[in-house]
Design a protein around this ligand. Structure first.
Ligand code: NAI
Length: 252
C-alpha cells in the first residue's frame, strides 16, 4: 500500500479517468473524495471504494465555481482531517475551430479546464503548506503539448494546464508541494464518444482512428490511473513540474 494515511481529492472523479484513479488511489490506501458535477455517479464510485474496504466520500461541485471549491476543501478537511493529494482532472472538450467557437463555450472550457485548477490550488495549497507538503496532479492532454485539429479552446486550455503546472511547481516546491501534469492520449472514456457525437462521426471508426499509434490501441483509464498513483506517492518524491505523457506513443 503506497498511499496509506493519505487523503486525496479527485475532480471529475465520476468520469472515466477520474473513476479509475479514485479506485486506484483508494486501493493503495488513500481516503478519496470523489468530486463531480454528476453527484449520483460520484456516489456510485464512492460506494465502489467502500465495498472494496476503502474510505471515500462523494461531493457535488462545479469545479469552475470558487464557492464550490471552498466547500469541497472544507468538507474534506472536516471529514478526513487533511489533504495530501489533489488530482485536478475534471475537463470538457468542444470540437470546434476559432470560427465555430462561441465566446460562452470558450469561457466554459477555460472555466472547467483551467480556472478550476487555479481555484483548487488557491484553496488547497495553504492546507498543504501547513501540513509540510503534498502532491498535486493536473490532467493535461497530448493536445496540450502538440496541439490538435478542430478543438481550439481545448488545446489552448490544456497548454495552459501544462504550463501552469510548471509555474505552480516553482512557486510551491519550497513548501514541499510537488505539482505535475499527466498528459493522456486517446483514452477509452465517455469523452471520446462525446467527441464522435460533436463531430457527427461514426463512433466505431472514430475509436479505430484513436488506435492509430505505435502501441496500436487507445489507452484504458486504469493505465492513466497508475501514473496518477505514482505521482501521488512518495515514489515520485523528486519529480515536480513534469509533464508525464501516457499516450501509447502518440506524441512520438
Ligand atoms: P469523462 O467525460 O469520462 O469524465 C469527465 C468527468 O468530469 C465527468 O464525470 C464529468 O461529470 C466531470 N465534470 C465535467 N465538468 C465538470 C465540472 N464543471 N465540475 C465537476 N466535474 C465536472 O472524461 P475523461 O476522459 O475521463 O476525462 C478526464 C480528463 O482527462 C479531462 O480533463 C480530459 O480533458 C482529459 N483527457 C482525456 C482524454 C481521453 O481521450 N479521454 C485524452 C486527454 C486528456
Amino acid at each position: 500500500m503506497r498511499l496509506t494515511n493519505k487523503k486525496a481529492i479527485v475532480t471529475g472523479g465520476a468520469g472515466g479517468i477520474g473513476r479509475a484513479s479514485s479506485l486506484a488511489l483508494a486501493a493503495e490506501g488513500a481516503s478519496v473524495a470523489v468530486v463531480d458535477l454528476n453527484i449520483e455517479a460520484a456516489e456510485g464510485v464512492a460506494a465502489e471504494i467502500r465495498e472494496a474496504g476503502g474510505v471515500a466520500l462523494a461531493v457535488a461541485a462545479d469545479v469552475s465555481d470558487e464557492q464550490d471549491i471552498e466547500r469541497v476543501v472544507a468538507t474534506v478537511l472536516a471529514e478526513f482531517g487533511g489533504v495530501d493529494v489533489v488530482f485536478n482532472n475534471a475537463g470538457i472538450i468542444r470540437r470546434t475551430t476559432a470560427v465555430e467557437t462561441t465566446v460562452e463555450e470558450w469561457d466554459r472550457v477555460f472555466g472547467v479546464n483551467v480556472r478550476s485548477i487555479f481555484l483548487m490550488c488557491k484553496h488547497v495549497v495553504p492546507v498543504m503548506e501547513s501540513a509540510g507538503g503534498g502532491s498535486i496532479i493536473n490532467t493535461g492532454s497530448g493536445w496540450g503539448l502538440k496541439g490538435g485539429g478542430r478543438a481550439l479552446s481545448y488545446c489552448a486550455s490544456k497548454g495552459a494546464v501544462v504550463n501552469m503546472t510548471r509555474a505552480l511547481a516553482i512557486d510551491h516546491g519550497p513548501a514541499g508541494i510537488r505539482v505535475n501534469s499527466v498528459n493522456p492520449g486517446d483514452v477509452n472514456t465517455g469523452m471520446l464518444r462525446d467527441e464522435a457525437r460533436q463531430l457527427a462521426q461514426d463512433t466505431s471508426s472514430f475509436l479505430a482512428e484513436a488506435a492509430d499509434r505505435p502501441l496500436r490501441r487507445m489507452g484504458e483509464p486504469e493505465e492513466v490511473a497508475q501514473a496518477v498513483v505514482w505521482l501521488a506517492s512518495d515514489e515520485s518524491s523528486y519529480v515536480t513540474g513534469s509533464a508525464m505523457v501516457v499516450d501509447g506513443g502518440g506524441i512520438a
